[in-house]
Write a protein that binds this ligand. Structure first.
Ligand SMILES: Nc1nc2c(c(=O)[nH]1)N[C@H]1C(S)=C(S)[C@@H](COP(=O)(O)O)O[C@H]1N2
Ligand SMILES: [Mo]
Length: 314
């Protein structure tokens, strides 16, 4: 595929930084220090001059779509619920614990964590299992940087993640028969977790992560279906055995542990061969493209799976 020059987001896609900062500061008590750790937009744009595995060549999805078409069942089942119902969610103060099979367990304050980690912008293709996709400029740090500090023990083989449980602030966690069990949990094999593409995101579009996208910290694994990207994480645990994951527990035939993007392995109820590109094309013609193996990250990640049967290990 030919590389096109990186297109800038149009001004109407971007909330002015000053407006955004004052709004966030009022709503969530976010400190100025957090936003200043994120990659300034001007510098972020020059990163896209040379597309590569960390900087997709595709046009970023408009910010309004990234923040108004979400899956975050803690706030409800509709794509609009997270934006509509998450305004009073308190992403500060926040702690993230790293524990289990590590030499140096630690409970991090989120702002101390952000100050300690190498924050970069990564423009990643994101593919939801529901066959739609976005291209999102994340700000974050490699999960490997955090895990390295914790010093995983030789017996650690998987990483288990847990989202926050806070029914008073998350309407989707109050009853509701057709929703998920809480907390939302996810997992990766340790080598997947240590891969340089695997990110813990704390912002997007150069701003602090909006609540509906998983504030204050969420996982981003661009070669896997979106449900692996667990939001609003409070606990990371290094373990010996493959941990349970929310969607796999819900319906193991439809949602595997690996969930690698694979156009050749259909979901039992729909094709995974192509995807609807959110924010592109509209009703006439465009807005659909072929799905790529490993979401186009095969050169970087195929080696993680060797000769594994990807049809069995979906
Ligand atoms: N805690 C939690 N994390 C979650 C989900 C969720 O419902 N709860 N939904 C997942 C799904 S299915 C997708 S596609 C992505 C969507 O992320 P986005 O809204 O930032 O695009 O978040 C994932 N992480
Ligand atoms: Mo998803």
């Amino acid at each position: 595929m030919a590389h096109t020059p990186y297109p800038r987001p149009s001004p109407d896609e971007i909330t002015p930084r000053s407006v955004w900062l004052s709004r966030r500061t009022l709503l969530a008590g976010v400190t100025m220090g957090v936003a200043s750790r994120l990659v300034p937009r001007a510098r972020a744009e020059t990163l896209h001059a040379r597309p590569g595995p960390f900087q997709a060549a595709e046009k970023p999805t408009p910010l309004s779509d990234v923040t108004h078409y979400n899956n975050f069942y803690e706030f409800g089942l509709d794509k609009g619920d997270p934006a509509a119902l998450s305004a009073s969610f308190a992403a500060r103060p926040w702690t993230l614990s790293v524990e289990g099979l590590v030499a140096r367990p630690r409970v991090w304050d989120i702002d101390q964590l952000i100050a300690a980690m190498p924050i970069e912008e990564r423009l990643y293709r994101m593919r939801c299992v529901e066959a739609w996709s976005m291209v999102i400029p994340w700000d974050g740090f490699p999960l490997s940087s955090l895990l390295a500090q914790a010093e995983p023990l030789g017996s650690a083989r998987y990483v288990a993640f847990e989202s926050v449980v806070r029914p008073a602030q998350m309407p989707g966690q109050r009853g509701g028969l057709d929703s998920l069990g809480w907390p939302y949990v996810e997992g990766l094999r340790l080598d997947e977790a240590m891969h340089p593409l695997t990110l813990l995101a704390v912002g997007l579009y150069g701003e602090t992560l909006p609540n509906q996208n998983g504030a204050p910290v969420r996982l981003v694994v661009p070669w896997k279906y979106g449900f692996k990207g667990i939001k609003s994480i409070t606990r990371i645990r290094l373990v010996e055995k493959q941990p349970p994951t929310t969607w796999n527990q819900m319906n193991a035939d439809e949602y595997g542990f690996f969930a690698n993007v694979n156009p050749e392995v259909d979901h039992p109820r729909w094709s995974q061969a192509s995807e609807r590109v959110i924010g592109a094309g509209g009703f006439l013609g465009g807005g659909r493209k072929k799905t790529l193996m490993f979401n186009g990250y095969g050169e970087q990640v195929a080696g993680l799976y060797g000769t594994m049967d990807l049809r069995r290990n979906y």
